[in-house]
Ligand binder design. Structure first.
Ligand code: 5RP
Length: 252
């Protein structure tokens, strides 16, 4: 079968106003066009990736796909895929994947991403770091001039031990960018959000551009107490953006 377009392409604009969730579904369905029978697939996490997992299960049921093995990036996706009957595995058994499909919180013009506002960044980075193709699916609200530029969180997964100390060191790293660091908690209980790996998330907020992303990434990862951060640099091979005027496919 033919591959989907490998360069930028715009579909005709939809005739009716679509909701954000419908845009997410359109991007997800477009990404699933890259899936071929027999592939080992990274299954992303979040409200956009959920549509892709649903679609893969639907095509398996209809017999239009077969021999798929899914590697979930969170317990949430694991449960969804299991309930839908998608055969599952993990990185221990499949250390290299054909394709991963996942959402993102921010996408810059170089296809660098912020991920992890759903809390699954570590498993996502492990899985998506070893796939031959990584297709990111977003609605147009996720496009930003620079990472951190949406004013929303840049998540960092930290060990619970002395998390305040680690949050303080993270804030200090980005003092010049007007950084604030906040432990992610459940609004109702104020209890810390705990990741699938038993860690906490410190969300960083910036008033200004943090500058060189590789330098920022290395500095964060050098801090003892940090497990991983939500910047996914140079990982996406394709970003599918669904917007009011159609779908755009951005290739690296
Ligand atoms: C989860 C993620 C998600 O991919 C990201 O938060 C986007 O989520 P959504 O598709 O719900 O907007 O990184 O940790």
């Amino acid at each position: 079968p033919q591959s989907p377009p490998s360069s930028s392409s715009a579909l005709p604009p939809p005739s009716v106003a679509l909701t954000q969730d419908e845009l997410k579904r359109i991007a997800a369905y477009k990404a699933v066009e890259y899936v071929r029978s027999g592939m080992v697939l990274g299954l992303g996490t979040g409200s956009t990736a959920r549509h892709a997992v649903d679609r893969i299960a639907e095509l398996l049921r209809r017999g239009e796909l077969s021999g798929i093995v899914g590697v979930p990036t969170s317990t949430q996706t694991h449960q969804q895929a299991l309930a839908l009957g998608i055969p599952l595995s993990d990185l221990d058994a499949h250390p290299s994947l054909d394709l991963a499909i996942d959402g993102a919180d921010e996408v810059d013009s170089h296809l660098n991403l912020v991920k992890g506002r759903g809390g699954s960044l570590l498993r996502e980075k492990m899985v998506e770091g070893v796939c031959k193709k990584f297709v990111v699916i977003v609605d147009e609200s996720k496009l930003v001039p620079y990472l951190g530029g949406s004013g929303l969180a840049m998540p960092v997964e930290v060990v619970p031990f002395c998390w305040k100390f680690t949050a303080g060191r993270l804030r200090q790293l980005f003092e010049d960018a007007g950084c604030t660091a906040k432990l992610r908690t459940f609004p109702e209980t104020e209890k810390p959000f705990v990741t699938d790996n038993g860690n906490y998330i410190v969300d960083l907020y910036f008033k200004k551009d943090i500058g060189d992303l590789k330098v920022a990434s290395d500095a964060i990862l050098r801090l003892a107490g940090v497990v991983e951060h939500g910047m996914f640099l140079d990982m996406a091979t394709t970003v599918i953006v669904a917007g009011k005027l159609g779908v755009e496919v951005l290739d690296k």
